[in-house]
Design a protein around this ligand. Sequence first.
Ligand code: VGL
Ligand code: ZN
Length: 211
Amino acid sequence: MQISDRDVLLVIDVQNDFCTGGTLAVPGGEKVVPAINRIAAKFTNVVLTQDWHPGDHVSFAPNHVGKQPFQTIELDYGTQVLWPTHCVQGTAGAEFHGELEIIRANLVVRKGFRRGIDSYSALFENDHRTPTGLIGYLRERELKTVFVAGLALDFCVRFSAEDARKAGFEVAVIEDACRGIDLDGSVAATHRSFRERGISIVSLDALLRGP
Ligand code: VGL
Ligand code: ZN
């Protein structure tokens, strides 16, 4: 695989709260960091996302009386998983992992900043209608293929990859530069969805090895 100037590496939510010791730690989350640093060095175009919630965010279980993390509620845009409080704007948990080479990034997209709506995807919020602006950026920059890495495979990576595909980009998920949460079989469902939608799965080595 050859990486070109028309390709973009989209790095999802590599933040302290999703790594070991964080409030919504993804198992082995920090292990994606060296992988992402190695691959990011090969890309001209690198975009990072940063989950960025106000403290009173609707997706936080403690903001709902009698609800526990990982239960769900119905909102007007559909079912919403309730999470432990995480990635609160301005806190250490919301910072990028300290070893992530964020100087490689051309753009940082913050998402989930509206109190009443969550945003897993880097392209649309969870109502699937409110844009983050990333599609406009990618189109204006005439980028064609989106390589996705980061956390969590079965939530923000999945929704970002699916939305990018729906928007007409070629999409490849770098499997070993992602880690999943795995709620009720969500990792298996993610792999099924990628297959059905024509989202490719690539390995870090294949990408580093080149053509
Ligand atoms: C994420 C749950 C809540 C993610 C973000 O980055 O996958 N998951 N907020
Ligand atoms: Zn979040």
